[in-house]
Write a protein that binds this ligand. Sequence first.
Ligand code: GLN
Length: 542
Amino acid sequence: MTRFIFITGGVVSSLGKGLSSAALGAALQARGYKVRLRKLDPYLNVDPGTMSPTQHGEVYVTDDGAETDLDLGHYERYTGVASRQSDNVTTGRIYSDVITKERRGDYLGATIQVIPHVTDAIKQFVLSNIEDEDFILCEIGGTVGDIESLPFLEAIRQLRNELGVDRSLFVHLTLLPYIKTAGELKTKPTQHSVKELLSVGIQPDILLCRCDRDISDDARRKIGLFCNIATEDVIAALDVDTIYQVPISYHEQGFDTRVCVHFGLDTQTSPDLSRWQEIVHRIREPEGEVTIAVVGKYTDLIDSYKSLAEALTHGGIASNVRVNMNWIASEIFEQEDAVQHLDGVDGILVPGGFGERGAEGKIEAARFARQRKVPYFGICFGMQMAVVEAARNLAGLDSAGSTEFGPSDDPVVGLMTEWAKGEDIEKRRADGDLGGSMRLGAYECKLKSGSRVADIYGAAEISERHRHRYEVNIDYKEKLEAAGLVFSGMSPDGILPEIVEIPDHPWFIGVQFHPELKSKPFEPHPLFTSFIAAAIDQSRLV
Ligand code: GLN
């Protein structure tokens, strides 16, 4: 029997609702349950694919090619369960589907309304594509009180009636601010938030309260009294030093136990949280440290590279070192000498990105890494820029460039309008829509035997996730290989270069895909593990 846990948030945004949901999922999983996490996003974009990463954080891509909210990255990293298109929906997608049906005449003359048509579509989404999961954890984006989230709240209110109390649970995440002059945690914002929720017919079952110190028994009783909740169901979500401590901390506070009590499940057996304990131990007590320069474009908002930062940390966990990240806006190298910023770092990573701004700075970073023999990891755009650099400075193609920036005499990176996906052919138009039209999701890649990547993966064939419109141009393969770049990963049909490397270098790898999306703390991605190991070697040289 699948049970549904709905997680809403109140008081302020940025309380870490996604992470809380993921950590509860991990704690339930540690009790042996099968879980899946989902997110309902109230904004009007059909998906976050067209949003700037500096507005909404990174766009997380699933194997089945959905561009989703970054919280799905947390879900995968905490549970290891691969997210799917059917795990994230937005108001935009719901309305777009409802309107398409209306135009087709599917509603047979009915007047289309938020209730029941939109709420029905939301409920259908929540209940669809479920296998044999014990729990579906469903996070509602936004903060209670927002106009946009009302249809979602109404839909989950209806679901409580349809599923019953023993198959549904409402968790509400709030904030208990500590007021210094009063010397206590304040409960009023939580009371107001619950009131807001009650006004749309939802009585939370468990309150998860973000706070920087323990909640006194008095405060717990008070919250319980005002919010109509058992004292035991007022759970402290304490600030922690590493996000991977959260599943452990939640268990210590009784969160997963109270969830089991609600559903009448066994609470005698303790969850096995040993893997989280091991990860936290490694993070808290590293045996060394390395510094990686991340040379990107969206360095102002750390959430734009969420999975990347996590994957680098995971690479450190594998070798028991702390990974310090220097976030550098690549544009700076267009004015200042790269040496000033990159001298002494143990590795350089150029991540994914879009557009011409800062591209020359990334090319400069790749040149610095190649010539100075500093480990270099180019991801997607970072691979493309490394190829442009090698074309210009190794193969002598002075005007090498990417057609993303306009016409080029030597388009070593170009727009692909047709490619194979398994048995099918995907087609795009140069002037087509921007939304959902990139090469998205999992694609196979064949590794060249004897190459560094074949050794790192320990496999001949891999599958990784993509999100890009341009590709390294196969027409330049011979020239670039003659200049010292090895094409060590190719699409199965041999047309799309997926990985390049420089053998005569301590560690220089560029990948067209996004390996960071599949890294997990308990299963660091091999490329990140290997890159950090190379950075450790580099740090010993300095
Ligand atoms: N802008 C490049 C492209 O569209 C790279 C995209 C990326 O780094 N994700 O191909």
